[in-house]
Ligand binder design. Sequence first.
Ligand SMILES: [Zn+2]
Length: 318
Amino acid sequence: MDQREMFFTPQGVQSDIRRTRHVKEIPLYAITIIAGFFGIWYLLHQLASETNLLEDLKKLLEESGANSSPGIAVVIGIILFILSIVGGIGALVVFLITYLVMLYKVYADQMSYSIRVSENNYPEIYAKVLEYSYLLGWRKPPEVYVQQMNGQLNAFTCWIPGRVFIQLNAEIVDIAYMEHKDFDTIFFVMAHEFGHAYLHHVQLYYTFWNTFVNFIPVIGPYVLMPLLSRAREYSADRVAQALTGGKNQIECMMLLAAGRHAYKYTNVYDYMAWVDKRRFSGLERFARFMVNMLADHPIMPYRTAAILDPYRRSGKLL
Ligand SMILES: [Zn+2]
């Protein structure tokens, strides 16, 4: 058994993955949880000011004579406390149900419009699904679906209770069965999606806590969440590298930039030399900085640079 074969064991891959989560992902995740509480406070504050809730409560207390009778004030206080607890739990339950409805809609979409990868449909891809599941120590492989998305080169992972599923857009699957017969690039894309699932990026218990950060105007949806998302993308790329040994990792990046036909005719080193920041003026670099800051995936030069240097556990976030 050579060194490379030894590496591709569940123990080897999983110990490699332990060192691959982006170094800023967990701190950013913690920040978004804290920001999430601030988001809830902001939401309640807006709700109170828009509905005159506090004014109405004050009026109610005055009318009930609570000011002159401490006993009535205590009773009203207890009732309000119980009502706020019940209201809070109710709001949480409604939020959870809405969240799950959204997730099940994504799964229903797979059941309605996709082809499930199986022994008979895309068997080469199915074999990799089993291999990656084995390497990651999963007893239940994720369901992988193929769906045409009118030219969009993309893939995603999603979760519903008891099930992880992955969608590979047919436009990506084409590269394995059309002119290039390139399976390894698809496998890298798929391994990246396995990475999201392995690092719990899609499971409710991970995503729930930072969802509320979106309630904070501007900063939440346009700064904090994209920042965390970019860190997760770097982490998932590192998992893909551990699962695939980095095979066709650059082709994968070139595919995303140049599309499923021309990507085979690109030279990554020429590309990286051109995007080197020293070639651009300050204003041009600032414009690119803004594009990256608002993006939920790191821009291509940063992502490619991190892939070329996989053991930094990093990647440029800003
Ligand atoms: Zn991703």
